[in-house]
Design a binder for this molecule. Structure first.
Ligand SMILES: Cc1ncc(COP(=O)(O)O)c(C=O)c1O
Length: 448
């Protein structure tokens, strides 16, 4: 067995943890918090401090955070410049609803809109990805006068009533009647979608599923179609290159607008482009964003065209915290850092390094059925060797073992068989080497 992989050196001294011990905290949490929330790992991991791409547990042990608080921490945990901008805004003016004029919200909206292709220019601020998708669905219905919304199987779009209706994973749905007007089209998947991605007509064949659903399952007119450019919770699933273009054409032919859910794939994470949809050469009508936008702060947005926004002005849009100066300061500082430091280029470079390493591991280990993704939104899928049958047990074992080597990754896919890699965008080449060394070590351990 090779030497234990070592975390790269990091010049930072975390504060000594003086809070409640783990066992008593766990007992108190079980008493007071809702039972529906889950803890990852058989032995729960307690995290008490974060700095850039690293987090510390209560004993002072450091971990490389390659899940980024579920794809949320973008420029780094407790980034000093973000913290300074927010502290300054907190001193000046903490809360100002949009019914008064305040400069921060306008300045940030201008900067955010400038990252999107025209005609996407009208910005609405909300507080979470679920809220953003709820608003996008409303917009699609108001703008088109149609009702049905199509999303894709294996998608995740949120936990509120609309988000749960859009989502297509039993894991995240309560056993209640779904809201009317939501339908799920068969989605591309590189192993189990039914059409292999190297079929030159893969995009066309998968898009035909949407047409069929619209023709058989709706009045023939739809309000909209929503898709994540890379399915996140579903296990880092990208589509054939021409799929979204063809899907958008079908939806528009049937009166609908196209929504890109960039909650996980946005803000340069895919490396090639700032927005995930740009990797497919399409321009959506509505874009929803959250997570990376605020580097860990509850901030989200919807950006659309003037044409779609105009009928929405027939009613008042109000959101108490949407556009709040402190949230705006957090978002603006985060975006400024991304643009100044070319985090997108960095995602491309480090993501490429990791993906190449994952391909090398997949070539050696038949339990890895597929590796995929772009930039720093990557997936490694476990299968029963020699088949495409998902192996959630092997994936869970791999996931648990990584933690004991000081590496935090995510897990996803309907069968929990995909390791998800979505670190803060500041991880370094040495961190990537560490991740790959841990992966190699864990795979060797699992072989026995
Ligand atoms: C693609 C996508 N959309 C929407 C959401 C919902 O975001 P939130 O949890 O902020 O409501 C998520 C959350 O994981 C997501 O991954």
């Amino acid at each position: 067995m090779s030497a234990e992989p070592q975390l790269p050196a990091f010049d930072f001294q975390p504060a000594k943890y003086n809070g409640p011990d783990k066992a008593s905290l766990l007992a108190r949490r079980k008493q007071v918090l809702n039972q529906g929330i889950f803890l990852l790992y058989k032995e729960p991991l307690m995290l008490v401090q974060g700095k850039m791409q690293y987090v510390w547990d209560e004993t002072g042990r450091r971990y490389l955070d390659c899940f980024g608080g579920i794809c949320t921490v973008s420029v780094g945990h407790c980034h000093p410049e973000v913290n300074a901008a927010v502290a300054k805004q907190n001193e000046i003016f903490q809360h100002c609803p949009t019914c008064y004029l305040n400069p921060v919200v306008v300045e940030y909206a201008e900067k955010l809109a400038a990252t999107l292709p025209k005609p996407l220019s009208r910005v609405y601020f909300v507080n979470s990805g679920s809220e953003a998708n709820d608003l996008a669905v409303l917009m699609a219905r108001v703008a088109t006068g149609n009702y049905d919304i199509i999303s894709l199987r294996n998608c995740y779009h949120g936990g509120n009533a609309v988000g749960m209706s859009l989502t297509s994973h039993h894991t995240w749905k309560y056993n209640i009647p779904p809201m009317p007007g939501f339908q799920h089209a068969r989605a591309p998947h590189p192993l189990r979608g039914g059409v292999p991605y190297d079929d030159p007509q893969a995009g066309e064949k998968y898009a035909a599923e949407i047409k069929e659903l619209i023709r058989y399952g709706t009045s023939g007119k739809v309000a909209g179609f929503i898709a994540e450019p890379i399915q996140g919770v579903g296990g880092a699933v990208p589509y054939p290159n021409d799929y979204l273009g063809r899907a958008y054409a079908v939806v528009r032919e049937h009166g609908g607008v196209c929504i890109a859910d960039e909650v996980q794939s946005g803000f340069g994470r895919t490396g090639e482009n700032f927005w995930g949809f740009q990797n497919y050469g399409v321009v959506p009508d509505i874009v929803t964003m959250a997570k990376s936008i605020g580097n860990g702060f509850p901030l989200a947005a919807v950006v659309t065209t003037d044409e779609i926004a105009a009928p929405m002005a027939g009613r008042i849009h109000f959101n108490t915290f949407g556009g709040d100066p402190v949230a705006m300061a957090q978002g603006m500082a985060t975006l400024d850092i991304m643009l100044r430091d070319d985090t997108q280029g960095h995602c491309k470079k480090i993501g490429g390094q990791i993906l190449a390493g994952l391909h090398a591991l997949a070539a050696k280990h038949p339990c890895i059925g597929n590796v995929r993704g772009m930039g720093l939104i990557l997936g490694m899928e476990f299968v029963k060797p020699g088949t495409v049958e998902p192996d959630g047990t092997a994936c869970a074992d791999f996931f648990e073992r990584c933690r004991y080597h000081g590496l935090i990754v995510g897990k996803g896919g309907l069968d929990g068989n995909v390791i998800r890699i979505k670190p803060p965008m500041c991880i370094t080449e040495k961190d990537a080497e560490f991740l790959l060394a841990v992966f190699a070590q864990v795979l060797a351990e699992m072989k026995g």
